[in-house]
Design a protein around this ligand. Sequence first.
Ligand SMILES: CC(C)(COP(=O)(O)OP(=O)(O)OC[C@H]1O[C@@H](n2cnc3c(N)ncnc32)[C@H](O)[C@@H]1OP(=O)(O)O)[C@@H](O)C(=O)NCCC(=O)NCCS
Length: 177
Amino acid sequence: MTANKETKTNIFDNNKDDPEFFIRKCTVEDLDGVIEVNERELPEDYPYFFYKSILDEFPESFLVAQNINGEIIAYTMWRVEKAPSVNSLKYVNKAHLVSVAVSEPYRRKGIGTTLLSNSMAAIKKYKIHEYVLEVRVANYIAIRMYEKFDFKIISIKKTYYRDSENAYFMTLNAKKN
Ligand SMILES: CC(C)(COP(=O)(O)OP(=O)(O)OC[C@H]1O[C@@H](n2cnc3c(N)ncnc32)[C@H](O)[C@@H]1OP(=O)(O)O)[C@@H](O)C(=O)NCCC(=O)NCCS
């Protein structure tokens, strides 16, 4: 995918009065900036091809926040998987949150919330039934943010992370969102 004027200027409906940042779809040129934010803010990192394949497959819900200098300060990305529903054996499309992070100096300004709300709306294009995510059990800030969206903890995944920390598995019915 190459950057084009349309995607570069696709500003979502958020804090239009605040010139500090804006939110738009990610382009391939943004990936180095996304990786920098990820490596600074989260212990989980991924190879370049992983980001690129998420961008190629699910571009609508791969969003970035940019500051007034054009630097990438936050991102979120999702993928869609077929998996059994939490309530039945039926296979359904689930939107799985791959990652969300906001650079430390820009936190608590609503960027995480804006990224999630816009990406969750965008991923509905893939006819999803549920949103799912894992979060470190100690990451109370992220847990609070997900609870604001009405995500519920439905199980614990033991030693989910490479450093052995447990994860909460949280889900949200897409019809309620
Ligand atoms: C989690 C994260 C993405 C939130 O981004 P953010 O832009 O600061 O979030 P917002 O400003 O939209 O806040 C969303 C909600 O999160 C919670 N929250 C955010 N910062 C908080 C803090 N310091 N203390 C308590 N709750 C907090 C609040 O519920 C907040 O809603 P409110 O402002 O209405 O009270 C950010 O802290 C981050 O990048 N953390 C490191 C990476 C990470 O943990 N990612 C999640 C991996 S699963």
